[in-house]
Design a protein around this ligand. Structure first.
Ligand SMILES: O=C(CO)[C@@H](O)[C@H](O)COP(=O)(O)O
Ligand SMILES: [Fe+2]
Length: 223
């Protein structure tokens, strides 16, 4: 069984002190760092480019980065984030003209590849590519902003995909992103997720170690 991974989203960090914030959250027990890339085109918000990722790595962050691309088109930025040092890269299928090719671009760089499903994206987008993916990221909010409420029907989608993954004997991870907090992380895990993005729930807490430990205690109740 794959260990649970907790991935704080830096979107909710104090951006004026980004290096220090990422260092602190990694020291608090984060497994990977979730890096939301928004282009003000695919989503109505604008965030970080590859130069910021490079700068964080140069600053001394050793944790792996989970790059969530909310951009259109995707291929050029896949190359740039691969060169900058990403360990995981995911993108939204509707933002790529050639989804299979974009997945191969990520995998050929030795990076874990994921496809992101918005709340209204059907599971059928995974039909011919699931076997190539290292992870599927379910958005449990509409993409573009942190601090939104978890959309409950995501749980049914997670359960359905988890059953399909098990039936096919794949070891694809399931990541969930949006509105994940201490009070719902166990339910999300019980549905079949094993990677949990949390922005405001961690960076909004007074003590990041306490916030992450509380999430781990909740996860320990599931397995
Ligand atoms: O990709 C996104 C939003 O588009 C997320 O990664 C958010 O940054 C998660 O923030 P919270 O809902 O946990 O505050
Ligand atoms: Fe994200």
């Amino acid at each position: 069984m794959k260990p649970y991974l907790i991935a704080p989203s830096i979107l909710a960090a104090d951006l004026a002190r980004l290096g220090e914030e990422v260092e602190n959250v990694a020291a608090a027990g984060a497994d990977i760092i979730h890096f939301d890339v928004m282009d003000n085109h695919y989503v109505p918000n604008l965030t970080f480019g590859p130069a910021i990722l490079e700068a964080l790595i140069k600053y001394g962050i050793k944790a792996e980065f989970d790059v969530h691309l909310m951009v259109e088109p995707v291929d050029d930025l896949i190359n740039q984030f691969a060169d900058a040092g990403a360990s995981y890269i995911s993108f939204h299928p509707e933002a790529s003209k050639h989804v299979d090719r974009s997945i191969s671009l990520i995998k050929d760089k030795g990076i874990k590849a994921g496809l992101v499903l918005n709340p209204a994206t059907p599971l059928t987008v995974l039909d011919h590519v699931l076997h190539k993916l290292d992870f599927v990221l379910f958005m449990s909010v509409n993409p573009g902003f942190g601090g939104q409420s978890f959309i409950p029907h995501t749980l049914d989608k997670i359960k359905t995909l988890k059953a399909r993954i098990d039936e096919l004997g794949l070891d694809t991870r399931i990541e969930v992103d949006g509105g994940v907090k201490t009070n719902n992380i166990a339910e999300v895990a019980a549905a079949g997720a094993d990677m949990f993005v949390a922005g405001t729930a961690i960076f909004g807490a007074d003590d990041y170690t306490v916030a992450i430990n509380e999430m781990r205690s909740e996860l320990a109740k599931v397995r």
